[in-house]
Design a protein around this ligand. Structure first.
Ligand SMILES: *[C@@H]1O[C@H](CO)[C@@H](O)[C@H](O)[C@H]1NC(C)=O
Ligand SMILES: *[C@@H]1O[C@H](CO)[C@@H](O)[C@H](O)[C@H]1NC(C)=O
Ligand SMILES: *[C@@H]1O[C@H](CO)[C@@H](O)[C@H](O)[C@H]1NC(C)=O
Ligand SMILES: *[C@@H]1O[C@H](CO)[C@@H](O)[C@H](O)[C@H]1NC(C)=O
Ligand SMILES: *[C@@H]1O[C@H](CO)[C@@H](O)[C@H](O)[C@H]1NC(C)=O
Ligand SMILES: *[C@@H]1O[C@H](CO)[C@@H](O)[C@H](O)[C@H]1NC(C)=O
Ligand SMILES: *[C@@H]1O[C@H](CO)[C@@H](O)[C@H](O)[C@H]1NC(C)=O
Ligand SMILES: *[C@@H]1O[C@H](CO)[C@@H](O)[C@H](O)[C@H]1NC(C)=O
Length: 742
């Protein structure tokens, strides 16, 4: 819709200009040009009529259009090159462009051009060799007439073209080398490419459209094809059976489709292949046995498929590999029998969520370039080896959800890793003791650690003192352990800490007032000053209902304090109102008493507030109704009294959010509040108004919730999985706090 409005708005404007401006310019300049082959009159006219020049950054005022910016002419003064990328050109591309019949190069990329291309757009541009209209707002169907036979490059990417691609589109294109239609709204089958007609084809990019059906045969004839991309479509069927004949291929990228079947042995014939990116499909079978023949392979990205059985030992011969991602498959076998030592270039190794067994493979520590290593959610056992310290660049280590033992040993080793930023060890070490004591405290260990998860380990002991030295710590996750003792006040002194989860422990004492000083929860500035935002691998959260979230940045994590299901008592401190950035506050299932501090309403970003199952008393502060982002809320099972404050916010929640408070009354609870004295008639009226407009209230709530979901998903980049997912995997969160990312 916005596009067509734009088109309508611009067209009249451009029509007037095409009559007035050219004539005007022609009159004042016609006497001057004599010394060089002047621009053809007709071309000059056509140029002026083609765009809305006035609103662009072009200075087309001299008499000779061959000297204009972006324009090149031939000897006869005919325009051959029109190169105007990033010139803020607006409006439609007028048919008069077609009068530039000598045009060979047309580059109008990165402008704001909109509207359709005429069905016969290419008809009169019979000499065109290079066409780049990428990164505009062009829409409608692709031109029916195919590009001329001279064409070498067609880049229509990053527009809003829709409809099917006419099968004629690639015919006649004898010299076509590069075709890029990625990032549009094209549908139907990918046009079949016949390399007996286009023998020079080098690069095909169909990604980020809505193409469906199978990938047509024909690629096999493309002896010069180096790159084939069609990821993020709806393609099904197998990899084309002739793809292994395209021997020049260096990149095959088809992620996020519905491709099935095996990758096939023959792919090992593509000895130039450097990138094999097929993640998030339904590929099954084993990895090609002879994949080791592909000595140039740099990236193998195959996560979220159904690959099964053992890793071929020849994979360890792919010595150019920089990234190997086989996570979320059904692969199995003892990892320690593989010899990783030839993979000296490997930067990222991700084997998460498979069925690998055996001890942690010691040869992996000879991959000296490793920055990120994830072996989580397998059946690995034994202890972390000291040799891990030979990975001098290791910044991301996730071994969550295995059967590792000796957490004290592991932490004593890892504390000496100078580069480690992310350490995820959840769901291991069952029932051991939280490492603590002198050896940990005295060292200057973990000096770069930002994230630590030791949740779901049933560890005993206390919140360990060595944490107090980790000044870069941002996220601390120790839920589902058996920790006792208080929440130490020094947590409040960690300058970067913005995520604390101590749910489901046996922690007692009060809510430490010092937590209200957490710098990174108080000011945006402190939060953004805390270093590099980039996570070396995304952190996944996959819920039971198949929603996959991936966190790619530190800043995506909602600022959180979660202390649910402990034995905390005393008041909720009033100073909590200082933690302005807090988005999630959960103190449910504790023994907090006293009033709900009205200062909680200062927490303007709050999306989740759970105070349920405590012993809170008094009234619900009226100011809570100003928390506009609240989408999960409960004060159930406390000792609260009086009327639930009126305002769209709180009434939008279910009655269950308020139940279990015998003294509480008013909407959304079924029990009406007792009638007030006549002096209070205004309040009574307000309440009736709310009841009358009852229909409107849920809607408001819904729109708030939707806003939250959209915003959240936008930030975290949900993975569009092509089927409902059967695993649940909680790399950082645990399932009891599933609602945290709901
Ligand atoms: C446009 O270019 C002409 C010479 O080609 C120059 O005289 C004039 O100042 C330029 N105008 C602007 C606004 O830059
Ligand atoms: C078009 O111009 C842009 C900006 O200079 C350039 O990056 C791009 O490669 C050009 N397109 C073609 C097909 O040459
Ligand atoms: C292909 O390009 C070559 C070299 O630029 C040219 O000589 C030839 O005429 C072109 N072929 C067609 C069919 O346009
Ligand atoms: C195609 O265009 C998109 C964006 O317009 C770009 O990101 C991509 O790299 C291009 N593909 C090729 C093969 O150059
Ligand atoms: C790996 O490469 C070496 C040397 O090129 C070769 O001898 C060996 O057979 C290969 N191993 C596998 C499993 O392909
Ligand atoms: C735990 O690991 C440490 C360090 O590797 C080691 O010294 C200790 O003996 C291990 N403890 C057990 C019980 O294996
Ligand atoms: C609270 O923790 C106890 C003991 O760890 C557990 O049995 C119980 O299920 C937990 N309650 C909730 C609501 O998670
Ligand atoms: C709840 O708080 C009240 C005072 O407000 C106190 O009398 C009562 O003992 C508390 N109940 C529990 C279970 O702590």
């Amino acid at each position: 819709m916005p596009v067509s409005t734009r088109t309508m708005a611009v067209q009249p404007n451009h029509l007037t200009k095409s009559y007035v401006l050219p004539l005007f310019v022609w009159f004042i300049t016609s006497g001057i040009s004599a010394t060089h082959a002047a621009c053809s009159k007709m071309d000059q006219q056509s140029l002026f009529s083609s765009f809305d020049i006035a609103s662009s950054s072009l200075n087309w005022s001299s008499s000779d259009c061959c000297r204009w910016e972006g324009i090149t002419c031939d000897m006869a003064g005919r325009v051959t090159h029109l190169l105007l990328p990033s010139k803020r050109l607006k409006g439609v591309i007028s048919p008069s462009l077609g009068n530039l019949t000598h045009l060979t190069h047309l580059n109008l990329s990165h402008n704001i051009l909109s509207g359709h291309l005429e069905a016969g757009f290419f008809l009169s541009l019979g000499r065109l060799q290079i066409l780049d209209l990428s990164n505009n707002l062009l829409s409608g169907e692709l031109p029916l007439s195919p590009p001329p036979s001279y064409i070498r490059t067609v880049d229509l990417s990053s527009n809003q073209f829709n409809g099917t691609t006419p099968s004629s589109f690639l015919q006649r294109a004898w010299n076509l080398s590069n075709l890029n239609v990625s990032n549009n709204l094209l549908e139907g089958q990918i046009p079949s490419f016949n390399c007996s007609y286009s023998p020079f084809l080098r690069s095909l990019d169909f990604s980020h459209n809505d193409f469906s059906g199978i990938i047509p045969l024909g690629l096999g004839n493309c002896s010069k094809l180096e790159l084939f991309r069609a990821g993020f479509n709806n393609l099904s069927g197998t990899l084309p059976s002739d793809i292994h004949k395209a021997r020049a291929l260096e990149e095959i990228s088809l992620p996020s489709n519905k491709l099935s079947g095996a990758i096939g042995e023959k792919i090992a014939n593509l000895t130039n292949l450097a990138i094999l990116d097929l993640y998030s499909n339904q590929l099954s079978g084993t990895l090609p046995l002879h994949i080791g023949k592909l000595s140039r392979l740099k990236l193998i990205i195959l996560h979220f498929n159904n690959l099964e059985s053992f890793l071929p030992s020849s994979l360890m011969n792919c010595s150019s590999l920089t990234e190997l991602n086989l996570g979320f498959n059904q692969l199995e076998g003892d990892l320690s029998v593989l010899n990783f030592s030839k993979l000296t270039q490997l930067i990222k190794l991700d084997l998460v969520n498979n069925h690998f067994t055996g001890p942690l493979p010691i040869s992996v520590y000879s991959c000296k370039s490793l920055i990120a290593l994830r072996l989580g959610a397998n059946h690995l056992e034994g202890q972390l080896q000291h040799e891990v310290l030979s990975l001098k660049s290791l910044a991301f280590l996730s071994l969550s959800c295995n059967r590792l033992t000796n957490v004290t040993g592991a932490m004593k080793i890892l504390k000496d890793s100078k580069s480690l930023r992310v350490l995820l060890l959840a769901n291991n070490f069952q029932g051991e003791e939280m490492p603590d004591g002198d050896l940990m405290v005295d060292s200057s260990g973990f000096q770069n650690l930002c994230i630590i998860s030791l949740s779901r380990c049933q560890l005993t002991g206390k919140v360990p003192v060595w944490l107090s030295k980790l000044k870069k710590m941002k996220w601390l996750h120790m839920s589902l352990n058996r920790l006792t003792g208080p929440i130490p006040g020094w947590l409040g002194t960690l300058p970067s800490l913005s995520f604390i989860n101590l749910d489901n422990n046996f922690i007692s004492g009060e809510f430490p007032k010092e937590l209200c000083r957490l710098q990174a929860l108080r000011s945006e500035k402190a939060a953004t000053q805390t270093g590099d935002d980039y996570l070396e691998l995304p952190i996944y959260h996959i819920s039971h209902n198949g929603i996959v979230l991936q966190y790619k940045n530190f800043s995506n994590m909602p600022p959180t304090i979660s202390l649910s299901n402990n034995s905390l008592s005393g008041n909720i401190p009033r100073n909590i109102g200082q933690l302005q950035r807090l988005q999630k506050l959960d103190v449910s299932f504790n023994k907090f008493s006293g009033n709900i501090p009205h200062q909680i309403s200062n927490l303007r970003s709050l999306e989740l507030l759970d105070l349920s199952r405590n012993n809170l008393s008094g009234e619900i502060p009226a100011s809570l109704t100003s928390l506009n982002f609240l989408s999960t809320f409960s004060v159930a099972y406390n000792n609260l009294q009086g009327q639930i404050p009126l305002g769209t916010q709180l009434q939008g929640f279910n009655a269950t959010a308020f139940e279990g408070n015998p003294g509480l009354c008013g909407s959304p609870l079924p029990n009406k509040c007792p009638k007030k004295s006549p002096g209070d008639s205004d309040t009574t009226k307000d309440q009736e108004d709310v009841h009358d407009s009852g229909n409107g209230i849920p809607w408001l709530q819904i729109s708030v919730t939707l806003g939250f979901i959209v915003g959240f998903w936008g930030v975290c980049g949900p993975l569009a999985l092509s089927r409902s997912w059967r695993y649940a995997y909680f790399e950082f969160f645990s399932n009891v706090v599933d609602r945290f990312v709901r």
